[in-house]
Design a protein around this ligand. Structure first.
Ligand SMILES: [Ca+2]
Length: 109
């Protein structure tokens, strides 16, 4: 499973180019531009599976920091501030990581 099985390469390029500068990442506009917001819960779950690199069933802070790299290996890592804000937005039960249902809600938020 690759991101391009679910999302268009053109949309991925647009989304990545919109957040090239440090601290310019906004998860809402990224999810919208990359086309994820309009995908089905099952497709969003598949993207979650890619982001959960160690297959733990959760996206941990380390994985979240590498978020953009899942879309392109040449993309930057998120800054600490971006990572913490992203985690805080998604982690509704406060366990310090993002589960699949939390991710689905965050994408649709
Ligand atoms: Ca994980």
């Amino acid at each position: 499973m690759a991101m391009t099985d679910i999302l268009s390469a053109k949309d991925i390029e647009s989304a990545l180019s919109s957040c090239q500068a440090a601290d310019s990442f906004n998860y809402k506009s990224f999810f919208s531009t990359v086309g994820l917001s309009s995908k089905t819960p099952d497709q969003i779950k598949k993207v979650f599976g890619i982001l959960d690199q160690d297959k733990s069933g959760f996206i941990e802070e380390e994985e979240l920091q590498l978020f953009l790299k899942n879309f392109s290996s040449s993309a930057r890592v998120l800054t600490t501030a971006e990572t913490k804000a992203f985690l805080a937005a998604g982690d509704t039960d406060g366990d310090g990581k993002i589960g699949v249902e939390e991710f689905q809600s965050l994408v649709k938020a």
